[in-house]
Design a protein around this ligand. Sequence first.
Ligand SMILES: Nc1ncnc2c1ncn2[C@@H]1O[C@H](COP(=O)(O)OP(=O)(O)O)[C@@H](O)[C@H]1O
Ligand SMILES: [Mg+2]
Length: 373
Amino acid sequence: MSQKLSIEDLSVGAVMETTFWANPVEESGFRFRATHLDGKRAPKVVLCDDPRIRPGVPALVKITLIKRPERDDRGAIVVELVRHQDFKLEGVYVDPVIAKKLQVLLESGQNILLDGPQGCGKTVLTRTIAKNLGYEFVFFNCGAVVEAADFLATLHLRADASGAPVTDFVKTEILRCLEEAHEHSHRRYLVFLDEFNRCPEPARNALMPALDSTRKVFHPIRNSFLDIPDNVLFVAAVNRGQQFSGTFGIDAAQLDRFAPLQVTYPPIAEEVKLLMQRHPELSKGIVEDVVDVAHAVRTAPELRASLSVRATDEACIYLKHPLFESEQRKALPEVMKSSFCGRFSGFWDDPSTDAGAVWLVVEKAVAEKEKAS
Ligand SMILES: Nc1ncnc2c1ncn2[C@@H]1O[C@H](COP(=O)(O)OP(=O)(O)O)[C@@H](O)[C@H]1O
Ligand SMILES: [Mg+2]
């Protein structure tokens, strides 16, 4: 239950904490409003018009004016922004330097290219920070794009009432977002282009004018160009593990439209912490074993393989299950045959394949652990 503040608790000049949202009352002259101060319900609406305010992010504010203090039903508390407070990213690990850079780029409206191995948290990280900064998050997987128009609409074949075939254009999430962004200029949208390097070059090229100062895309349903409003931002992600280097086909001109940011797997201790939060049934020792072996796979010079946090997470799911939990240590190699080796081509018992090469590293790392214990 949140308590309520009374007007006597407040004074001009006091510094308090609050979180703003866009003010639905547009004619009020204040873009942002809040209902709480220092975690308690405020006796009047809290208003601020500072354009630096980031909706949804906790902020320190200073009271500059209390309007109509004598009335319970009217008035307002007008505040100025002191500064935003750092937000907490629950359940997500992010390198503090990367988090800062990402925040700066997002706030200054840059398109961003996140470059990092499979499953290191590019998607969860962007989704979480975007939400914290008050963006609507639009996820789009570029892996399914064949030609340029696919970014905005796809053709669907269906039967009409008489059974005759008709084709419909179905708008993609991106097109729906662009249209919505035109209608709601006070909302902000972040379009996440996942696996950006997996769509064919010509399709990617057609998207380029959307990303540079031209800010236009061809609307395949209306047959005309559509402006990309300023309240839409693009973040593209590419999976670049060593073994995928051949598919990183983004040329210099395309790259130049983005601010590049490289990310990688969490440090061992942080990944252990993440997994312990998700699997409190497991002992720290066994979770450390899982992450240590994953780390060996990720860093073995002969492999430099990408091994997603999904893989370590999956290993924990096996190990905590009653079918495995009585002999967790013994089950470790077996679990890794599927959760680790299974993510690579070939077979764990065929050393000439990627899966087999991963198995050799797993086996060695597990043996070293046994020796050490
Ligand atoms: N840094 C991280 N913090 C928290 N969870 C993570 C992190 N990295 C990966 N994960 C977990 O692994 C899964 C894959 O992460 P994801 O963000 O999809 O990776 P990517 O987009 O880099 O391929 C997520 O669902 C999440 O559960
Ligand atoms: Mg992803």
